[in-house]
Design a protein around this ligand. Sequence first.
Ligand code: CTP
Length: 421
Amino acid sequence: METIAGGMPNVPHTPRNIIVGVCGGIAAYKSCQIIRDFGEAGDHVRVIPTNSALRFVGAATFEALSGNPVSTTVFDDVDEVAHVRLGQEADGIVIAPATADFLARVAGGRADDLLAATVLVATCPVVIAPAMHTEMWNNPATQANVATLRERGIVVLNPAVGRLTGTDSGAGRLPEPAHIAEIARTVFSGVCMDHNLDGVNVLISAGGTQEIIDPVRFIGNRSSGRQGFALADIAIHRGANVTLVAANNSTLPHPPGATVIPVETTQELQQAMHNHAEGADVIIMAAAVSDFRPAKAAEFKMKKSHDDSALHQLEMTENPDVLAGLVAARAQGTLSANTVIMGFAAETGDDSGSILEYARQKLERKGCDLLLCNEVGPGKVFGQATNQGFLLDADGGVAEVAAGTKHVVAAQILDKVAVQL
Ligand code: CTP
């Protein structure tokens, strides 16, 4: 059995030197959460704000949160040659928010303040999260600067779409701090963010379906949707066009850059998947789909006190198998024969078979090309921040997917998908 490499989680965590750069924008206050996030993980954090950033958040806040002094200019700590030392010693740099002006300065190779000089010196991974008004983001000058930085290996996140400063809304909002920290952590752990999925259309389902019993009750499952969302995040950073069919994930931030289609039930999920499957190069069914649903959803709340309450014995009907249906559509020529189709299997072994035996049977039954199988049980997989498992292919191959955060696991899965493509 092969083991897929691609960034192991840092357990136990080896403290790293992380620089958090902050530019002058209203979202500067959100950087405090990122500083805290790395600090709580045990990393050594240095904050380098621009002068404009300090007009939004005071140096005292950054110093207190990071436990380190803050300076903006290359003329501080000259005896320690801080303008090169910080960049040389950094294991990772995350800049959030980054303004259009800062993107232009880095793309131009400027070193006119401590943050720009540090980025120019650094050889470690750099993650930049821009935030600005939509017009500035869409401006060809900004887009050209972003393209230049990406070509040089800097990971530039797409801004989120939503409320901006004042009454404006559109693309340009800073993604959630937890999202930025997670992507940065993934990049700093050595995960490849090369654009090996450039222009590839990826359709992903995520979350757990909810089958309606009545207006207040449903049958659901424990899936959080985090693995599917992480797949969407990494696929976007590798250059893919991502459509995410999200079942009941109201608490997870939408991956910036993805087209997100919210659904509730299996039938809605099936419809959304088939609507978007045509033209997809890769389809990943990460959603936990309910096998059965109540035969009839009650229009009014059902009363348990009624002697004849259907709640005593719900009549159930079988749901369609969405994954098998997509494989059938490919066989019938509705989808391209080259579409790579992947399933997930949350399994437990028992007296009759091991989880790998059950996973192999499932892959063959469903007819998909890849199947990620993971063991479920108390404290395992569902709702957890980490994942691990086995990736089976239709040729009989099995690769161990090393334990890691769901983003690290997503990167390993997409490495294998890229090979299949
Ligand atoms: N799946 C699906 N439609 C269903 C059930 C499952 O598309 N009605 C997909 C899931 O998204 C997953 C894969 O099939 O990618 C395996 O799901 P799982 O629940 O393990 O499979 P089942 O066919 O339901 O098998 P089991 O009897 O083990 O529950």
